[in-house]
Design a protein around this ligand. Structure first.
Ligand code: IPM
Ligand code: MN
Length: 351
């Protein structure tokens, strides 16, 4: 099969982890006789430096015309402590999500047998965890009205949701639940927020279309606690943009490292695949970042293209590297570790 994949390396460790995913995908293409044509494009701080804009039109064209987008990370510390910065790398990511219509962010959380004891959480609590957090990605407080008033002394961000935005995300949630253990949890703050009450009302109204799915409604603060106390209590979680951002970082602790968790962002047309971690600027250029989250994001890409064997092959080789200790320093616990590029070469040569 011929695949056109837009390649957005982005900032910080983005280019390094993306390089490894490319090696792995190229090895898969060779083994399974596919033809991948990579279309590199600029985004984030790298794009600001080059053209003054974090998601340039040319990049959008490349993404919109691709079969899928593989994305590294975005963000640069020189913008973080500069409240006056007019353009920020993160705006590129938000614009990309919005312009590509990527309204659902699929973030699975699972454990790796060889890493269970690397998690700070107890083995019996986390072993066998297998859940999906579906985060709404193009609405809510990330995209609501924001600004300053009172000569800059008051700042506001608004959380707005429209019924159709909740419906389309919830529909994906119900569909995932039907394919899995038929449990859906709507996570909100309906005891305080009006937008959360609309979430509940909307999801409740959809329940009768999916009589087999057992739906629960829980508050975000309680879920923040239960998620690490008893993650096996969850199967599919649907939640608003900001809540999902926070919960998915938290959930990565279950797997043992932020460097392991992949994601896909889906909408009406092209989908995007990216690790859930950020640009980790302290590690940029050092060849030490864990590439596995990006490699596993590529597995999600193949899965969504109905190339199940290819996806399985990637997961198999990742598990093998973990079991054999061919890992980057974040997973080595002071033992022998390998460079980002060495892990990528090893994975590709074991395919
Ligand atoms: C993520 C990131 C982004 C977000 C940032 C970089 C804007 O944290 O993908 O989770 O908050 O969505
Ligand atoms: Mn985040």
């Amino acid at each position: 099969m011929k695949l056109n994949i837009a390649l957005l390396a982005g900032d910080g460790i983005g280019p390094e982890v993306i390089d490894q995913a490319v090696k792995v995908c190229d090895a898969i293409a060779k083994k399974y006789d596919h033809n991948i044509s990579w279309k590199p494009a600029l985004t984030g701080a790298a794009a600001i430096d080059a053209v003054g804009e974090p998601y340039p039109d040319e990049t959008h064209e490349i993404c919109a015309n691709a079969d899928a987008v593989l994305f590294g990370a975005i963000g640069h510390p020189r913008f973080d402590n500069d409240p006056s910065a007019k353009v920020r790398p993160e705006q590129g990511l938000l614009k990309m999500r919005q312009k590509l219509g990527l309204f659902a962010n699929v973030r699975p959380t699972f454990t790796f047998p060889s890493l269970i004891d690397k998690s700070p959480l107890k083995r019996d609590r986390i072993e066998g965890t297998d859940l999906i957090i579906l985060r709404e990605l193009t609405g809510g407080i990330y995209f609501g009205e924001r600004g300053r008033k009172d000569d800059g002394n008051t700042a506001f961000d608004t959380m707005t949701y429209q019924r159709f935005e909740i419906e389309r995300l919830a529909k994906k949630g119900f569909e995932f639940a039907m394919k899995r253990s038929k449990k859906l949890c709507c996570v909100d703050k309906a005891n305080v927020l009006e937008s959360s009450r609309l979430w509940r009302e909307t999801v409740q109204a959809m329940e009768k279309q999916y009589p087999e799915v057992e739906v629960s409604y829980e508050f975000i603060d309680a879920v923040a606690m239960r998620l690490i106390q008893w993650p096996k209590g969850y199967d599919v979680i649907i939640t608003a943009n900001l809540f999902g951002d926070i919960l998915t970082d938290e959930a990565s602790v279950i797997a043992g490292s932020m460097g392991l968790m992949p994601s896909s962002s889906v909408g009406s047309k092209v989908s995007l695949y990216e690790p859930i971690h950020g640009s980790y600027p302290q590690a940029a250029g050092k060849d030490i970042a864990n590439p596995l989250a990006t490699v596993l994001s590529a597995a999600m890409l193949f899965e969504d293209m109905n190339m199940t064997n290819e996806a399985e092959e990637i997961r198999r080789v990742v598990n093998k590297s973990l079991a054999e200790g061919y890992v980057t320093e974040d997973l080595a616990e002071g033992g022998k570790s390998y460079k980002t590029s060495e892990v990528g070469d090893w994975l590709a040569s074991n395919i």
